[in-house]
Design a binder for this molecule. Sequence first.
Ligand code: AMP
Ligand code: ZN
Length: 466
Amino acid sequence: MSVQFYNTLTREKGEFKPLEGNKVRIYSCGPTVYSYAHIGNFRAYVFMDTLRRVLQYNGYELNHVMNITDVGHLESDADEGEDKMEKAARKENKNPYEIAKYYTEIFFRDMERLQIQKPETIAKATEHITEMLEFVQGLVKNEYAYETSRGIYFDISKLDQYPVLSNRNIDEQIAGARVDVDEEKRNPYDFALWIKAPETHIMKWESPWGLSYPGWHIECSAMGRKYLGDEFDIHTGGIDHIPTHHENEIAQSKGLTGKVPAKFWMHVEFLQVDGGKMSKSLGNTYTLDQLQEKGIEPLAYKLFCFTAHYRTKLNFTFDTALSTQKALNRLREGFLKHQEGTTDISNEKIKEYEDKFLATINDDLNMPAAMGLVWEIIRNQEKSKQYAKLLAKFDNVLGLDLTNSKQYLEQAKKVDFPKEIAELLEKRKQARENKDWAMSDQIRDELKEKGYSVKDTKEGMTVEKI
Ligand code: AMP
Ligand code: ZN
């Protein structure tokens, strides 16, 4: 069945076919590890995960690279401000490598909690300085780059077209822009490939231009080329990457190899919070830990991401996320009911659902519609093991760990009891061990009055908040 993806480069949906055989080569722009990743960032990686899973579901093999930006990402995408890593190091009184290590570890722990598959190759910028330097030297040799007192810049006027990804009209923008005028730049939109390091800069390397460090965009061009070749299948990122980062990656590759590196450019829209932008100053850049404190599991956040198509804005509120947590538990209960079911469902019916699911995910990853189908199966009055099997198959795309539903539900029931309640429960347990049924019943009634319902089952005592 044909797979259709929206391509930012062509501004339309088109059929996806790998460049070579059955193998899909993908590059995803990864995190800048100067701070905790927030739920907005994770929307981008949930999208990346869904893309991987959909391609695998279609039988493709993946060669997927994601970078870790641990140097060169300045505070503004337009080469202004401090390096984010150095700034964080100064603030936390650590060295930038320690900062990178700490936040990278937490990032991957969170990725696991979201059941996001790890790309085949994780490439750190600081481990690819040689490749980046060679790339820049190649651009200088091809006369696409020039030196200023600040660093090495890419000359966009050498290209046949700039920009190619975004619709922005450079001339209009230049006319009305608050451009920081760098008299040494040949064109206002020329960007830094390599930056000469001030004395105080910690991360710097020897180069033909003295001690210096890479600009942000060059890492993705150099590492993409190293692991995936001059041309590969798909490049992903957030929509904020379109006008600068990806535009400049394309410029760099065209300058060196004459080619646009990827065939398909896929971009995920932003997550908003309470109807507006996420920002540190508004204090709404929530982490997965902060969601968990409010009773929202990472997987509930993943399910929440499926409520909107990846190319539309998604608005996060704690109320909707809490409803999604309840929905996730209903999904688990529904799955378990089907597992216990005995109805025989016709092969045609199962095939019909399989075909619909495949058509939906292959239509530019339409996850809201795919979830609609999943809910239809869950709600089906006829309970059947075949439906449970089908849902487990679909979970290869959802990545919600449905086959472990029982464990999640049991975990959810384990409440942290207040001291007084915990003591009563312990007293009741002892009463039952002593076969003091009158005392056991009395404590049960007492617990009920305090808002806890106790049941005695074959597996032992269960307690729920009423
Ligand atoms: P950064 O660590 O800042 O380089 O960003 C990592 C990824 O998160 C990039 O792909 C961004 O496009 C993406 N991103 C940042 N903020 C949001 C947001 N609010 N919604 C969705 N994606 C975002
Ligand atoms: Zn990138």
